[in-house]
Design a protein. Structure first.
Length: 318
């Protein structure tokens, strides 16, 4: 290891500090308001504009990202005008045409953040149809989640280890994977794209644990998604609007969130109605991605999932 390369421990400590700070800020900001009211109400809270900006991750648009764009992005991070970036957007990451540009982005981001905190550079590298970084960017192409349970023994371990190492090499610190949604026929965006491991929650948990462990070994963060369960959105897709799963959702869809030790959970734009007797944690107004009740009383509460890590919404432009 060169003297300039950070050790596994220093990277892990920096990531942990970064996440702890973001959780502290997020807990101050989690309020049940309409998005149009959000920034107006922040003025009454004990947080700065920079604290709010640190919770926002931006993407890159256009057919190609230039070196100047990368430098401008690093400067935004340095000035605390944004909390991180996601390598995705138009063409699913094809705007990063070469591995060298990704490495440059990673190096600049790690040298730019304030307070010595590691930058959050993320990507949706699930495999299969959801792999924005491919051979052109120096990445191995891996199987979809749906094919993993039937693959040769050890395939999942080998492929997720490989992806995690390649992400680390490029300076990408957070992979928005694994998908822990249940495989349900008729779902156009989960089972229809082979993004679910299985219809069986035990199998989902088994493979999700492999994804998280192999990334953790390489100091890359992971994220369980899409809470409280996107598998039951039969015939519907949150990329085209909010989806009500009150009548199709099953409580078994929560099991992976209880069983997989992951640092983060992604909230879907998924609605489950409030019911005083059966679903007191539900919300008849806001989807999970904006619901204080679902976050506090289902995801965070010790009688629910008891998850105390970082919570992030699915993409807001969906």
């Amino acid at each position: 290891m060169s003297t300039s390369e950070p050790s596994n421990k220093s990277l892990r400590d920096s990531h942990n500090t970064h996440i702890a700070k973001r959780i502290a800020i997020a807990r101050v900001l989690i309020i049940n308001v309409r998005m149009s009211d959000f920034f107006m109400r922040i003025v009454y809270m004990d947080v700065s504009k920079e604290d709010v900006a640190s919770l926002i991750m931006c993407g890159f648009t256009g057919s190609r990202v230039s070196q100047q764009t990368v430098k401008d992005a690093a400067e935004l991070l340095k000035q605390r005008k944004v909390g991180g970036f996601i390598v995705t957007g138009s063409g699913l990451g094809k705007n990063f045409g070469a591995e060298s540009l990704l490495i440059e982005l990673g190096a600049l981001m790690q040298s730019s953040p304030p307070d010595g905190l590691a930058a959050l550079i993320s990507v949706d590298m699930e495999g299969g149809s959801r792999q924005p970084l491919q051979d052109a960017q120096g990445f191995d192409v891996i199987n979809s989640a749906a094919t993993m349970p039937d693959a040769v023994t050890g395939t999942a371990t080998t492929e997720y280890q490989s992806i995690a190492r390649q992400l680390r090499k490029c300076g990408i610190t957070w992979n928005f994977a694994p998908v822990v949604d249940t495989k349900v026929d008729g779902n156009p965006v989960i089972s229809g794209l082979d993004r679910a491991f299985s219809a069986d929650v035990n199998t989902i948990t088994e493979y999700a644990n492999i994804v998280v462990a192999k990334h953790r070994d390489n100091d890359v963060l992971t994220c369980l998604k899409h809470f409280p369960g996107h598998g039951s959105t039969v015939g519907l897709d949150t990329h085209h609007g909010g989806v009500d799963i009150s009548t199709t959702w099953n409580e078994s869809e929560l099991e992976p969130y209880k069983s997989v030790a992951c640092p983060a959970v992604m909230l879907g734009h998924l609605s489950i109605d409030y019911d005083e007797n059966t679903r007191p944690w539900g919300d008849s107004v806001y989807p999970a991605s904006l619901s204080k009740n679902i976050i506090d009383n289902l995801l965070r509460d010790e009688d629910g999932i008891d998850f105390q890590g970082l919570v992030i919404s699915d993409a807001l432009e969906m």
